[in-house]
Design a protein around this ligand. Structure first.
Ligand SMILES: [Zn+2]
Length: 507
């Protein structure tokens, strides 16, 4: 097992020597080139690649981050946004995971749609099998919304395989933990909208299908998930109960699943606000359920305004790792930046970018807690959005601002104008609520950097849609090198299965 990295590093040393020899011939290049910081930084990046050894060991732990709706244009805009928040021009910045050594592109189409939703995409990533839109961890032999058709078509997930191997498991999301992305890790259902029993059809009830919240607590794999943190409280509470932030429960079966959690599992705790979350003693808690909002958690941009207080995605990720790392056999953790998607649907780039930065911060928090010798970290997205970064803005032009082109070494004072004589923003959407029927509205004098500003769009739609182009995969740790080139989205499961020796097949 240890031999291959040594071979690789010996090979690396040989290539490095060759590069040094090449550098001695660099006189063919003018000093204006070789003295350039661009040149030197680029050469250093290649030297680092040459020196890099593949980690072919087994991943004891796997942390899988999913930015819901985090397409490549979102990554570019968020990196500029984060860099500009720090007072820099922004373009040179890198999100925490953009420094990972390996990456690939992921094809996101589902069995029946060119542009997918989060249900088949997460199913692909977590089970290794593509399915149809709206369905969670059941195969495409099922019919959406038909319980009977899904029976016998359940697909085993990476999280369930980890439970089978005695590992600890966890899910963290800023969306409802019963929403498509987190739900696909532990639930099997032909309808992503069956989040509480009150959402089930008569056919589903008659044929014994359970709602998603019920499945998380009552049909849990192995000895149950050790950590489940996010939103979606109302799906766990009876409709006779009003929660601590004034919202009504949605369950009509009378089950209080937050109470069942504590009955069902040993050393279990349920928390629903920041103070309770902060007070959790990780050494004394083995199963932690945290539901911080009746539906989705707040956007990162609005989190400080929450009534009862909510932990950040980074805080939830840190606490989850502390809980899961108690297990000598290792763990599987899925972390979703769930609201990037929702802000994009609203045509609202500012909140989408702030939530992308929050995901980057969560990855950074994880990197501070794990040993990359035995922990595989993957960051990807389920699908993209129709989000664009366009025009010819000058370097350092505010990413949420109007396009100002460069004027010699400065940013032009006046905004550039389009053929209709009106200014335009760098960020836009192909469709969505920011579209106007008829002439574009004049953005002169409008604060386009305001958190509530909706970018202009071409096609008017109440909700901006997903997009079909590839998304990125970034990885580091054992097995990360298996991500190369352009892959089908379901390959992600197979890398986790192989690198983590999850036993899901005859590898
Ligand atoms: Zn969406």
């Amino acid at each position: 097992m240890k031999k291959i990295p040594q071979v690789m590093s010996a090979l690396g040393a040989a290539v490095a020597t060759a590069l040094v020899a090449m550098a001695a011939d660099a006189a063919v290049l003018p000093t204006t080139q070789t003295d350039s910081s661009w040149y030197q930084d680029g050469a250093a990046a290649v030297a680092a690649k040459v020196a890099q050894a593949r980690n072919t060991g087994t991943a004891k732990n796997i942390i899988f981050f999913v930015g819901d709706g985090m397409g490549v244009s979102t990554l570019t805009a968020a990196r500029i946004y984060q860099g500009q928040q720090a007072g820099n021009s922004g373009e040179e910045n890198r999100l925490s995971f953009e420094t990972f050594p390996y990456s690939a592109l992921s094809k996101t189409y589902s069995v029946n749609q060119q542009t997918p939703d989060s249900a088949p995409t997460m199913t692909a990533m977590i089970t290794g099998v593509k399915t149809e839109d709206g369905m969670l961890s059941v195969s495409a032999d099922s019919i959406r919304g038909n319980c009977l058709s899904s029976q016998g078509n359940e697909l085993k997930t990476a999280l369930e395989l980890a439970e089978d191997r005695g590992k600890s498991t966890g899910i963290v999301s800023t969306a409802r933990i019963t929403h498509a992305t987190p739900a696909a890790t532990y639930a099997h259902t032909p309808e992503r909208d069956w989040e509480a029993d009150s959402n089930l059809t008569a056919e589903a009830v008659a044929n014994g299908c359970h709602d998603i919240a019920y499945q998380l607590v009552m049909d849990a794999p192995g000895d149950g998930l050790e950590v489940a943190l996010g939103g979606g409280r109302s799906y766990f509470l009876p409709n006779t109960v009003t929660d601590g932030e004034g919202a009504k429960g949605r369950r009509k079966d009378g089950n209080d699943l937050t109470a069942k959690w504590s009955e069902q599992f040993t050393n279990a705790a349920y928390v629903w606000n920041q103070a309770q979350f902060d007070a959790i003693d990780v050494t004394k808690t083995d199963h932690l359920l945290g539901l911080f909002e009746a539906s989705h958690m707040q956007y990162e941009a609005d989190r400080a305004d929450d009534t009862a207080g909510e932990p950040s995605l980074a805080e939830m990720t840190s606490k989850a790792i502390d809980m899961l790392a108690k297990n000598d056999k290792g763990y599987f953790l899925m972390v979703e930046g769930g609201r990037i998607d929702h802000a994009h649907h609203a045509g609202n780039a500012a909140r989408a970018l702030a939530d992308t930065v929050a995901l980057s911060d969560a990855v950074k928090a994880a990197l501070g807690k794990v040993d990359l010798e035995d922990t595989l970290i993957i960051v990807s997205a389920d699908h993209s959005h129709t989000f664009t970064i366009a025009g010819y803005p000058a370097r350092g032009n505010p990413i949420l601002g109007l396009v100002h082109e460069p004027n010699d070494e400065a940013i032009a004072v006046n905004a550039a104008t389009a053929d209709d004589g009106l200014p335009y923003t760098t960020l836009g959407y192909a469709n969505g609520p920011g579209a106007k029927q008829g002439a574009r509205s004049d953005l002169s004098g409008i604060d386009t950097t305001d958190v509530d500003f909706l970018q202009q769009a071409q096609v008017p739609m109440g909700s901006e849609t997903h997009a079909a182009e590839d998304v990125a995969i970034y990885a580091t740790g054992p097995g990360a090198y298996l991500f190369q080139g352009n892959v089908e989205q379901n390959v992600i499961f197979h890398v986790m299965n192989q690198a983590g020796a999850l036993g899901g097949s005859k590898y």
